[in-house]
Design a binder for this molecule. Structure first.
Ligand code: C2O
Ligand code: CU
Length: 549
């Protein structure tokens, strides 16, 4: 493969959306940020120059970073922040089998709302897609738009934790909210297509706190890939996509010459009547080239589900299957050596913030609300430093957890920095059980760094250890790096722990992430990290200047 070099310059730039202008942090002055476009088997170096006034890290979402956790990016997990006025070069090592669409984003605070971009991995040079070669390609990045200054609001959020402040005020498609919002019309994203062609459309959900529905008026979508893997073709009139996920779809331009809305709408699982929810839809336009009178209004996708359509949202999740061909094989672990049962929950927690004792909402995995360490877990692991984390993340939840029982006030969780240690090549199965209060919570799109996993089962209600495993798909389960734990349901994942390192596992709703719905896996390969992972780069950002939030 080839080696590619990118320079990412992070700084504040002015952007105007929804009739008002604000300054925000972007990479190379673009929103969304630059696309990394490579072939399978290539290597990428990205030199990140931080010209903003706060520290950041960048994560290469879904990239396996084989034996190279040093460049994975999550703040406090594999590195500390790149301080203002300094730079850091990431060596981005893709898994040999990765092909399709992934993305990159800031992984320090909520800066990822504006610091993100797509990664396109084309087939190895000289090979082609496992479907007829498309006539063209296009990329759609679905993102959040916030009204205020990012870091101020984040700090305020950390201190009062009301759970309702700091909501997106719009969504965007390739940086534009579209013409259903004020001042959106003129700059609406337009995708120009020719009649009678087949296009590969790569869709990335980088939204901060919401799952989305997406559809194109009058055009079916044929799903062919997700999260940098190929799937069996599946024809659908809409998709549901969680933050962190990507979806590659084919569309055929066989409708009458005209303008068609492409629309992304929030999918929420909680009862919208009890929150200050506003029903937001971002639009872009699919526009046929040709000589025809432009329509007054593009047609709207009637198949785009309504925002609280649980059956369409959760039902969509059962559609996907791995491609499972000799060229793109499935390797589901069959003899499980490590089994975990993990509850994903919203809780309450007591702790001290800037000297005051506060009690507020928290989130947890197995009732542990993850507390960021003050330095990096990877560095502590590599240098055999004690006192930064403990290795007693529980394999099972405390027994009093029963998600069908309404609990209010919500149970207290334990605030701690606990990680789970796995040995090399262990076959891991994790069943994640949704657990929440009063049945009003959100889904949890859980993302694992450094790996893809197979989604062997998913269901509603309480996981039943006797009957549910009988229904597992061990033949062609979808391979993902992010999967929704459905509200009032469970999901079963399997992976082979063949990538030594330190890998974060967390809910990709940033609100739940900062509430503590995360932990890390340390995957060993023998007792000496020095020989199981690549050596650290010559320069790593210092952990000494971190703030302790
Ligand atoms: Cu998309 Cu931990 O990240
Ligand atoms: Cu969550």
């Amino acid at each position: 493969g080839r080696t590619h070099y990118y320079d990412f310059v992070l700084k504040e730039t002015n952007f105007t959306r929804l009739c008002s202008t604000k300054s925000m942090t972007t990479v190379n002055d673009s929103f969304p940020g630059p696309v990394i476009r490579i072939h399978r088997g290539d290597l990428v170096y990205v030199n990140v120059h931080n010209q903003d006034d706060f520290g950041v890290t960048i994560h290469w979402h879904g990239v396996k970073q084989t034996r190279n956790p040093w460049s994975d990016g999550p703040d406090h997990i594999t590195q500390c922040r790149i301080q203002p006025g300094t730079n850091f070069t990431y060596k981005v090592i893709f898994g040999e089998d990765q092909e399709g669409t992934l993305w990159w984003h800031a992984h320090s605070d909520w800066t990822r709302a504006t610091v993100h971009g797509a990664i396109v991995i084309l087939p190895t040079q000289g090979t082609t897609y496992p479907f007829p070669k498309p006539d063209g390609e296009h990329l759609l990045v679905l993102a959040s738009w916030f009204a205020g200054d990012f870091n101020e609001e984040y700090e305020e959020y950390l201190s009062n934790q009301t759970g309702t402040s700091f909501d997106d005020i719009a969504f965007t498609i390739n940086g534009e909210p579209g013409d259903l919002v004020a001042c959106g019309g003129e700059t609406t994203h337009r995708w120009l297509v020719d009649y009678g062609k087949t296009y590969l459309l790569r869709i990335v959900n980088v939204v901060v706190n919401s799952e989305l529905f997406f559809a194109i008026s009058e055009h079916n979508l044929t799903i062919v890939g997700t999260d940098g893997t190929y799937t069996k073709p599946r024809v659908t009139s809409y998709i549901m996509i969680a933050p962190g996920q990507t979806m590659d779809v084919l569309i055929t331009t066989n409708q009458s010459l005209g303008h068609y809305y492409m629309a992304a709408r929030q999918f929420v699982t909680f009862d919208p009547s009890i929150t200050g929810f506003n029903n937001m839809t971002a639009t872009a336009i699919l526009q046929y080239r040709g000589n025809y009178p432009p329509p007054d209004v593009p047609s709207f996708p009637i198949n785009l589900p309504l925002f609280h359509d649980l059956d369409s949202g959760l039902g969509f999740l059962s559609l996907l299957r791995s491609l499972a061909t000799p060229e793109h094989p499935v390797n589901v672990p069959l003899n499980i050596t490590t089994r975990m049962f993990v509850t994903a929950s919203i809780n309450k927690v007591n702790y001290t913030f800037e000297g005051t004792e506060v009690s507020h909402f928290a989130a947890s995995l197995n009732n542990i609300t993850f507390m960021d360490p003050t330095s990096s877990i990877l560095l502590a692991y590599y240098r055999h430093t004690s006192g930064v984390y403990t290795t007693d993340f529980p394999d099972y939840p405390p027994s009093y957890y029963n998600f069908t029982g309404d609990t209010y006030p919500p149970p207290m969780s334990v605030l701690a920095t606990k990680v789970k240690v796995l040995n090399y090549n262990e076959s891991v199965e994790i069943v994640v059980q949704w657990t929440n209060l009063l049945g009003q919570g959100a889904d949890h799109p859980l993302h694992l760094h450094g790996y893809t996993f197979y989604v062997v089962g998913m269901g509603r209600g309480n996981f039943n250890n006797e009957t549910d495993p009988k229904g597992y798909n061990l033949v062609d389960p979808p391979e993902r790096n992010t999967i929704t734990v459905p509200k009032n349901g469970w999901v079963a994942l399997r992976f082979l722990a063949n990538n030594p390192g330190v890998w974060l596992w967390h809910c990709h709703f940033d609100r739940h992430l900062i509430w503590g719905m995360d932990t890390a896996f340390i995957v060993k390969n023998g007792e000496t990290p020095e020989t199981s992972i690549l050596p650290p780069p010559a320069y790593m950002p210092s952990c000494a200047v971190q703030s302790l939030i």
